[in-house]
Design a protein around this ligand. Structure first.
Ligand SMILES: *Cc1c(COP(=O)(O)O)cnc(C)c1O
Length: 405
């Protein structure tokens, strides 16, 4: 039997304790509510988290013949070719749409109808180029390696030597399916030595993985506004060798995806042939200004590299295992094997992270059950640490002790 004073002591001891717990719980709820009100952090292959300044740049109206817009368009085009050191030899031809539109436009315009392409496939984006060629009815052969294996430049060389009909090689720079960095420098040298042309889908590498067209010869490099350049989605572009473009008249299978026609019209009138994605271009101009201020490719590559290292280290501490060894991993997006623990349900894991304000990406692999976490976009240490904390909390909620596969 407790004395009244002991009871009151207990109450006193208990009250602040449970109040503290309620407070903590309240804070967690409030924090989650706040993270819901805030835009989510996009840890995906794109579209990505953009800065407030980039978003704010879109809060105006421009006419497509507006002199201000025409100047911005010219500046963006020049800047994009310069990022890959192509200003002296290449021009930027933008196209409306997502990145795939630019890939399709480049293939349709630059690979003549009677020619044959060699497609290097180690993921979904290489396969997509095959589908594009299938749809156009153009001849190709595919050199496919598993998703965790880069193409062997010596094998590319053998295939080019064996088949003189192959005029173009189509390759993916960073295969976003797995996050693997393909050896484009060596591939470009092999292709050039055999006198063929390389079209490079550099969508998820452009701006963050150094590419110098004077060292790595490419006929065309395809990318988009909404990946490492941290603009908003809606515009693809092709940095294409001037002479190849000039020789490509009449090749295209499509009017709206005819890069030669788009280029000719833009050179002649400074305007787009059809309604330009003005807000996207103005936002990209703003994003490029920030890109330059932050040290260009060098700066971006350093920030993404730091993001990737912190992410991988933090996840490994929890037992997660990456698909790729570090030497093949591009600092763009990381594929993790699904944990073995049967309590790990990806959908619940995903939703918990989403509730905490972080969007990750399901896997796209055929070789292994996996999920992906991106390290690109206007994010840094704070966001990666926040994401790791959210992963720890999600694991706790699921009752999963280790991420080991
Ligand atoms: C994102 C991406 C594309 C283009 O995808 P869209 O959804 O059309 O923007 C193409 N190739 C690679 C390697 C990519 O990462």
């Amino acid at each position: 039997m407790l004395t009244p004073s002991a009871r009151s002591l207990l109450r006193v001891r208990k009250a602040p304790f449970s109040a503290r717990r309620a407070q903590t719980r309240g804070r967690v709820v409030a924090k989650r509510a706040k993270s819901k009100a805030r835009d989510p952090i996009l840890l995906t292959p794109g579209p990505l988290t953009t800065t407030a300044a980039t978003k704010a740049a879109m809060l105006h109206d421009w006419g497509s013949r507006d002199a201000n817009f025409i100047a911005i368009n010219a500046r963006v085009r020049a800047r994009l070719a310069a990022i890959v050191n192509g200003s002296a030899t290449h021009v930027t031809v933008p196209v409306q749409g997502s990145g795939t539109f630019a890939v399709e436009a480049a293939i349709g315009t630059l690979v003549p109808k009677k020619n044959k392409a060699l497609v290097l496939v180690n993921g979904a984006y290489g396969k997509r180029m095959c589908r594009i060629l299938d749809t156009m009815g153009r001849a190709y052969s595919a050199y496919e390696t598993p998703e965790d294996t880069p193409p062997d430049p010596a094998e590319v060389d053998r295939r080019l030597a064996a088949d003189p009909e192959l005029s173009h090689v189509l390759a993916v720079h960073c295969e976003t399916t797995s996050g693997i960095l393909n050896p484009v420098g060596e591939i470009a040298r092999v292709v050039k030595a055999r006198g063929r042309a390389l079209l490079l889908d550099s969508m998820s590498a452009f701006g963050a993985i150094p590419l110098d067209l004077t060292q790595t010869p490419c006929e065309a490099v395809m990318a988009s506004s909404n990946k490492n350049l941290e603009g908003v989605p809606g515009m693809g572009f092709v940095v294409v060798r001037h002479e190849a473009l000039a020789a490509a008249k009449g090749n295209a299978h499509s009017l709206s995806l005819d890069l030669h026609d788009q280029w000719q019209a833009m050179e002649a009138t400074k305007q787009w042939r059809f309604t330009p994605p003005i807000h996207v271009i103005v936002a990209l101009d703003k994003a490029l200004e920030q890109f330059d201020k932050a040290g260009g490719v060098k700066g971006r590559s350093a920030r993404y590299g730091g993001n990737c290292r912190s992410l991988v280290q933090g996840m490994r501490k929890m037992g997660f295992v990456t698909l790729l060894p570090d030497r093949l991993q591009a600092p763009i997006i990381v594929t993790f094997h699904m944990p073995k623990d049967p309590k790990f349900k990806f959908e619940r894991f995903y939703n918990s992270l989403k509730d905490q304000g972080y969007i990750i990406y399901p896997g796209k692999l055929t070789v292994a059950d996996s999920f992906r976490i991106g390290c690109i976009g206007a994010i840094g240490k704070r966001e990666i640490n926040g994401a790791l904390k959210a992963v720890r909390r999600a694991m706790k909620e699921l009752g999963v002790k280790s991420g080991a596969p």
